[in-house]
Write a protein that binds this ligand. Structure first.
Ligand code: ADP
Length: 637
């Protein structure tokens, strides 16, 4: 019989797994039991939907059997079973996302490699394959519910697998109607690894107790039922060890790090339900790339009816995993009905409140961990503020954080307001690519010199978020480069600024026309806005040591313009740029004296170069490097 090859990536993963020094080999049993439990859930659900009466939930069982002489360990279930095609597609392929590249991983040193494998197991749910960590041969015999044929899948690891029709049905009577028997031939013991232990009753019992206790079908070894079967969310709160929640979360939701938070809630009344929610300790690898699916598992009296019910969780909290169990739900509920189901909508609202409350508590009482959480999921919260024109901003705005100019640490808006100077009117922010770059901006330096705290916006979405919010607790947001930053100038400073501006109107015009390369007589309205480099030139007392700075008038900032330009469709949204000049800078002073005399050509070159400098400081590109070179040469020569 011809051997089939595993899909290329699966083969590499298998190689890694089999030869790895992965220390947590014992989890293979948990993985097999959890697959068996899923298969029973599926059978129950299928039979309910199709109205077949032959299936009795009370007969559902997962059996473990060990044969010391043959060195085999068997895990069987009378669940839904697999057809030949399903054996092929479910067990012939892993890493279904197909996007994994294992090439680099093969070159990792052993320690890193083993960590990488844990990552893979966690993220891709390669559960079944973990059997190869302890077995030299794995046989899967399966009969699909409703079919008369039984098929056998067999593999000794990376060299491929076979599938054939079963001639003699295994003795296990449980799969008479449907189900799956998985038989592992354990590897020989080595100096480092004791595989024989998995044949001991004692080891099997303690592994089931440790990892699979909550499975709600009996897991039997001989006549003994090894698990308590009581779902963890139905156990009395005081009787559950926090560690149990962590273990449950990891095995139930395929994660490999402990959750950051566990939220458990029970509601009695018109609509009774229990919810057990988790905030993951780490963002899933696909969380922000669009193929992440939100949703909570939905149970009706302990029976899973849907794995990811997205109606139960709002988008802004889509990172929350967990389950809801309600006895009041109709088991036969369809997808379409779900969307309108009032019970579900009511549950979602309650959960949203509950999660919000928990996050605030988290922020207040476990600040360091909250920052880690925010690092993982903060973008989603910010997106939630921005989404729907700010419909959820009141719910979310006290949960978001930004880096502050104060110690470069994360701050909430409440904390910012608390530290505001008495006469400070606005909450100031400065957008830019990195904290380091923002820190070098002249306006930021000027603000810091006045002891005004600035929020550093490094995430593309940040500025949009603040624009949508408009204000927080009555304090409006202002960019440090807004002209309104003058609001923080003293009266004498304002008077001085007005004075300089008045006496230097000609100079300002000279700078503007020079930069734009136009005639002083051209009116700006007649120019193609895309060719117009700056719309205005003005003096500023907020530039610190810098001679010039590019800023904007209006709502569209330079950072926003960059974001818009990167979008697939360029809608032509542009910032209205302003060149600010520092009247106290020696180079600007000199220009003011010389621009109209014999040196006016030199002055023009200098103005263009100052503008180029401002452009570079803002992280934009020089429009004409050749001209810039010529200007430099002309000034040197
Ligand atoms: P996961 O369980 O994360 O999907 P696995 O590699 O453990 O990944 O299993 C792959 C698929 O094989 C499962 O999704 C399921 O469809 C099928 N499968 C595994 N074990 C069983 C079983 N005991 N009964 C029926 N189907 C199974």
């Amino acid at each position: 019989m011809a051997k089939k090859q595993f899909q290329a990536e699966s083969k590499r993963l298998l190689d890694l797994m089999i030869n790895s020094i992965y220390t947590n080999r014992e989890i293979f049993l948990r993985e097999l039991i959890s697959n068996a439990s899923d298969a029973l859930d599926k059978l129950y659900y299928t039979s309910l939907k199709s109205g077949s009466t032959g299936v009795k939930r009370s007969n559902f069982v997962i059996r473990i059997a060990a044969d010391k002489d043959a060195r085999t360990l068997t895990v069987s279930d009378n669940g839904i079973g697999m057809s030949a095609e399903e054996l092929e597609s479910n067990l012939g392929t892993i890493a279904r996302s197909g996007s994994l590249s294992f090439k680099e991983d093969m070159e990792l040193d052993d320690d890193k490699k083993s960590r990488k494998i844990t990552d893979i197991i966690g993220q891709f749910g390669v559960g079944f394959y973990s059997a190869f960590m302890v077995a030299e041969e794995v046989t899967v015999t399966s009969k699909k519910f409703g079919s008369d044929d039984t098929f056998v899948w067999k593999s000794s690891g990376a060299d491929g697998y076979t599938i054939e029709k079963a001639v003699d049905i295994p003795s296990s009577a449980e799969i008479a109607d449907s189900g799956t028997v998985i038989t592992l031939v354990l590897k020989e013991d080595t100096d480092d690894e004791n595989y024989s232990q998995y044949l001991n009753d004692y080891t099997i019992k303690s592994l089931v107790k440790q990892y699979s206790d909550y499975i709600h079908y009996p897991v039997k070894l001989g006549d003994d039922t090894l698990n308590s079967m009581e779902p963890i969310w139905k156990r009395q709160k005081s009787k559950v060890d926090p560690k149990d929640y962590n273990e449950f979360y990891k095995s139930r939701f395929n994660d490999y790090v402990d959750p950051a938070r566990v939220i458990r809630t029970a509601v009695e009344g018109m609509q009774s339900y229990t919810a057990l929610l988790f905030i993951p300790g780490m963002a899933p690898f696909n969380y922000y790339n669009g193929d992440y699916e939100k949703g909570l598992a939905l149970y009706s009296s302990g029976v899973l009816i849907m794995e990811r019910c997205k109606e139960l969780i709002p988008d802004h909290f889509s990172f929350v995993r967990g389950l809801v169990d309600s006895q009041d739900l109709n088991l036969n509920i369809s997808r379409e009905m779900l969307q309108k189901d009032r019970q579900l909508i009511a549950i979602e609202r309650n959960l949203e409140k509950k999660i919000k409350k928990d996050l605030l508590d988290f922020l207040k009482n476990d600040r360091d961990e909250y920052e880690k959480f925010f690092d993982n999921f903060g973008r989603q919260l910010k997106f939630g503020v921005y989404d729907n024109y700010g419909a959820n901003k009141d719910l979310l705005s006290d949960l978001i954080m930004f880096t502050s100019s104060k110690d470069k640490k994360m701050t909430t808006l409440d904390e910012y307001i608390e530290r505001m100077q008495e006469d400070q009117k606005y909450i100031y922010f400065a957008p830019g690519e990195t904290i380091e770059k923002i820190d070098m901006l002249p306006h930021v330096a000027a603000a810091k010199a006045k002891d005004i705290e600035v929020l550093y916006l490094t995430d593309e979405i940040d500025e949009f978020v603040l624009r949508v919010m408009f204000d927080y607790k009555g304090k409006e947001f202002r960019s440090v480069s807004d002209e309104d930053f003058r609001a923080e100038l003293s009266d004498s400073e304002s008077a001085r600024l007005d004075d300089i501006t008045k006496t230097n109107e000609d100079f300002l015009r000279f700078v503007k026309t020079t930069v734009n390369g136009t005639d002083a007589s051209d009116s700006i309205e007649n120019l193609d806005p895309d060719l117009l480099k700056i719309a205005e030139t003005r003096f500023s007392l907020s530039l610190g040591d810098a001679p010039v700075m590019l800023t904007v008038n209006g709502m569209v900032s330079l950072e926003m313009e960059k974001t818009f330009k990167r979008m697939p469709i360029d809608r032509g949204v542009r910032a209205e740029k302003v060149l600010e000049l520092n009247p106290d800078s020696p180079s600007v002073k000199k220009l003011m004296q010389t621009y109209s005399g014999e040196e006016s050509e030199r002055a023009e070159a200098a103005v263009r170069l100052l503008y180029d400098q401002a452009v570079l400081l803002s992280g934009l590109e020089i429009d004409d490097p050749v001209r810039m070179g010529k200007d430099i040469v002309s000034l040197i020569g």
